[in-house]
Ligand binder design. Structure first.
Ligand code: GRF
Length: 199
């Protein structure tokens, strides 16, 4: 199974994929890693593993037209690698319906909260502010909404009294890396069926 991974940040989830591929635990080919942040840690990790990279930055305060163009350009870059599945792993931009239609491959996202609670860019902060006692992470298929697509796998993480945003997110990410690797392995082996891509 050929995948393209999209990242925006440090790329520790991506690293878990790279490591699992290297050990043979995960039978996928990471064809490329792309980002909206040209110098992010995730792209550097990909380069260190000799995986092709690309970056499509979105200007701050982009107009709707610029955003549409960005989605189109990102789709062109992703599609050039002919992925069977696209993985967004800490990719912090919302992909448009046009993008979903354009790439046509199913997209899998990892989210650091137990969906459908706490969607959006601040899942861990929002869960903590709400006083949840059980936090966690979700791997789901992307649809046209924000973190609304069908749930593929989840893991729970107990919140400790002394937790702050950093400590809780770190423990969630430990589970998130494992869950992402296991879920992709299940998809690659046909144990999890994805909906057809697009919208
Ligand atoms: C992950 O928790 C992801 O779900 C969230 O941002 C974090 C990215 O971490 N949206 P990394 O870049 O993989 O280290």
């Amino acid at each position: 199974m050929r995948i393209v991974v999209l990242v925006s940040g440090s790329g520790s989830n991506l690293q878990a994929l790279l490591d699992a591929v290297a050990t043979g635990e995960l039978d996928v080919q990471i064809a490329a890693v792309g980002s909206d942040v040209p110098e992010c840690g995730g792209l550097q990790r990909a380069r260190s593993s000799a995986v092709p990279t690309f970056a499509v930055p979105l200007p701050r305060g982009a107009s709707p037209e610029q955003r549409a163009q960005w989605n189109q350009e990102l789709c062109a870059q992703v599609s050039a690698f002919q992925p069977e599945v696209v993985v967004t792993s800490g990719f912090m931009k919302i992909l448009s319906e046009d993008f979903l239609r354009c790439v046509s491959a199913p997209i899998i996202n990892t989210h650091p909260a137990l969906l459908p609670s706490f969607p959006g860019a601040h899942g861990v902060r929002d869960a903590l502010a709400h006083g949840v006692k059980i936090a966690g992470c979700t791997v789901h298929q992307v649809d046209a909404g924000v973190d609304t697509g069908p749930i593929l796998a989840q893991a729970a993480v107990e919140v400790r009294a002394e937790d702050d945003l950093g400590s809780l997110h770190e423990r969630i990410k430990v589970q998130e890396r494992r869950l992402l690797v296991e879920t992709l392995a299940d998809v690659a082996a046909g144990r999890i069926q994805l909906r057809a891509g697009g919208v």
